[in-house]
Design a protein around this ligand. Structure first.
Ligand SMILES: [Zn+2]
Length: 102
């Protein structure tokens, strides 16, 4: 077997497959939570258990909250299909707050 090129599912002990490239990782900060930075990432899926993960984030954020057009660009991402972006929370409180307000 060759050196693995993708993440490995620890539960299933099998390489994961690329599911989607160019998924946005929305890094949350503060309370109430706000999108702080956005990174391009790749989504992988385990073909056995179905677990999905993000891996790889490029060198630089594609959006940073203080950029002049950040709100507009973030709004465009949030209008995309739900499988194209993933919120990344710092804690469960942020996640619960956003879930209540959706
Ligand atoms: Zn698995």
């Amino acid at each position: 077997m060759a050196r693995p090129a993708t993440p490995i599912c620890v539960l299933c002990e099998r390489p994961m497959i690329p599911e989607k490239n160019g998924v946005y990782a929305l890094l949350m900060a503060h309370m109430p939570p706000k999108i702080y930075e956005v990174y391009h990432s790749d989504k992988y899926r385990c073909t056995i258990c179905g677990n999905e993960i993000l891996s790889g984030y490029g060198n630089d954020a594609v959006i940073i909250h203080y950029q002049e057009d950040a709100d507009e660009r973030i709004a465009r991402i949030l209008a995309l299909p739900r499988d194209v972006y993933v919120y990344v929370f710092e804690n469960e409180e942020q996640k619960a707050f956003l879930k209540r307000s959706r």
